[in-house]
Design a protein around this ligand. Structure first.
Ligand SMILES: [Zn+2]
Length: 531
């Protein structure tokens, strides 16, 4: 049986840009659009030309994309003609393949928010769709608050959708604008709509206010809708939009959908999904959500030893899909609860060859348990675990010694009211019998120490040039005799690989220093630097 085509519409750059704290530059928008295009998304909504300078600029020239590049905007204002509405004019001028209009479909909103009549709302939809088609654009209509509108007045909500379809709109998109609809309601209402408008012209735009945006999108598809709108990582205001990063693998890997539908994302591109998701987080300067379905670092992580030994025998025993299909990897957590099989599997992944009954494995497990008892957490620090394992198994070269460091934090008054904080660090490093001294300034003691330490590592300098600290987390643990500080540092290098290292000490500088050292040593090991 031939599979039906299901279309994906991404609104990360428009609805996603509404998120608190998200402010895309033009360069960001170009990068993200390119990434979505490469992934195989059918429609990329770039923004709202005329609403702000960035979006206007984004649409002032044709962008070299394979997808249908879409501009968003309002239908003509009530009481105006299409030729006398500057907002609509800007939208029609935008260099886009398609225009996605938003219009009211809830009679209550038409009355109260728009202060116009139902007839004028329908006329505005018809006129706007006609004007955009006359301009040669593909047209979509987002029916705002469709589900609430349908519950209140189904005839009117349907009339709005039908007005656009009859006028030639390619898609009528049913929006759950406040995110309050539930899957069974969505399935029922979409089922009613597709009796009037063919499902091949119906889309779903769900928000996540009851955490069912993904479920609602899938319910709409089950009922007949053939376009799904969403965003990368579920970005969007309030609780976010439907998360395409969860929807795409579900459509590709779950037989109910995979057997019936084709989407524009190939199997090969599906393997880049985790990377795309993390790249967006990086651009937003956010740490990726470890527990994100499919792509999170913990999505295929197993802690308990008994599960781990079953997974080693056959991964299908505990995994709902193979992790590499979405570009993720299986992770067997090494922790004080871990059995031998976790450690063996992790060593195998790292590439350390060791016999199953090697006594050093037991020794390694003991060290992990001892250190976790004083505050280390190796399941969160893969690189520190690798170094520990290599040390216990005796294979980490002694690259350099830090023989001295000193960190100074000063407050200096510039005027009576204004003072500034100055932080400097001095580090002495010994390499091949030679002592190198470096000083660094930073916005805080850890930063200054990092700057000084990485300023001059002699013959190792070239290996750490691309090293960058991407996240720094501090947690105070309350031990039996007093507070202990745990520091986790996430680093990244020029290849895009990320790793996490850990330090634990009653002193935050010492804990940070341990994590920094591990990060640098890990990078040197990984790069095959000579001892
Ligand atoms: Zn929305």
């Amino acid at each position: 049986m031939a599979r039906e085509r299901l279309y994906l519409f991404d609104t990360t750059l428009r609805d996603g840009a509404q998120t608190n704290g998200v402010d895309f530059t033009l360069a960001d928008k170009l990068t993200i659009a390119g990434m979505l295009d490469d992934l195989g998304i059918d429609y990329v909504e770039g923004g709202y030309p005329g609403a702000n300078p960035t979006d206007t600029q984004f649409f002032c020239e044709r962008r070299p994309l394979r997808c249908t590049f879409t501009a968003f905007g309002m239908t003509r204002r009530p009481g105006r003609s299409t030729s006398n509405d500057p907002g609509l004019a800007a939208l029609l001028e935008a260099k886009a393949d398609a225009i996605c209009f938003v219009a009211k479909s809830w009679d209550y909103h038409v009355r109260v928010a728009l202060e116009t009549t139902p007839e004028e709302n329908l006329a505005s939809i018809r006129d706007s769709v006609r004007a955009a088609i006359a301009k040669g654009r593909e047209v979509l209509l987002d029916c705002e608050h469709f589900f609430d509108g349908y519950k209140a007045n189904p005839q009117f909500a349907l009339a709005c959708a039908k007005a656009a379809y009859d006028e030639g709109a390619r898609w009528v998109v049913l929006c759950d604008t406040n995110g309050g609809a539930l899957p069974h309601e969505v399935e029922r209402i979409v089922g009613e709509v597709v009796k009037v408008i063919p499902g091949s012209h119906v889309g779903i735009h769900a928000h996540n206010d009851t955490e069912q945006a993904v479920a609602n999108s899938l319910a709409a598809v089950r009922a007949g809708a053939r376009q799904i709108q969403g965003t990368l990582n579920g970005l969007g205001e309030r609780c976010g939009n439907a998360n395409l990063v969860s929807i795409i693998p579900t459509l590709k890997l779950k037989p109910e959908f995979a057997d019936r539908f084709d989407i524009g994302v190939s199997d090969a591109k599906l393997k880049t999904l985790a990377h795309a998701s993390h790249t967006l987080d990086e651009m937003l300067n956010r740490a990726p959500n470890r527990h994100a379905p499919y792509v999170g670092e913990s999505a295929f992580a197993t802690k308990a030893g008994i599960h781990a030994s079953a997974i080693m025998k056959d991964p299908a025993t505990y995994e709902h899909v193979p992790p590499d299909t979405v570009g993720n990897r299986r992770k067997l957590l090494v922790s004080d609860q871990a059995g031998k099989s976790n450690v063996l599997a992790e060593l195998d992944r790292i590439g350390i060859k060791v016999e199953k009954d090697d006594a050093r494995i037991t020794r390694l497990l003991d060290v992990v348990k001892e250190r976790e008892a004083i505050g280390y957490a190796y399941e969160a620090a893969d690189a520190s675990f690798e170094l520990l394992a290599r040390r216990v198994l005796g294979t980490v070269p002694k690259f350099f010694d830090v023989t001295y460091f000193d960190v100074k934090v000063e407050q200096r008054s510039r005027t009576a009211e204004v003072s500034e904080m100055l932080t400097t660090a001095v580090v002495k490093v010994r390499i091949d019998g030679e002592t190198l001294i470096s000083a660094g300034e930073g916005n805080g003691p850890v930063n200054a120490l990092d700057v000084a330490l990485r300023k001059d590592l002699g013959k190792y300098q070239r290996y750490i040039e691309g090293l960058e600290l991407t996240d720094y987390r501090v947690r105070i643990l309350n031990g039996g005799t007093g507070a202990v500080t745990r520091v986790l540092i996430e680093s990244q290098d020029e290849t895009g690989e990320r790793w996490t290292t850990i330090g634990v000490s009653p002193n935050i500088i010492d804990a940070s220093f341990q994590a920094l050292m591990d990060s640098i040593v890990y990078k040197l090991v990984k790069s095959g630097a000579p001892a």
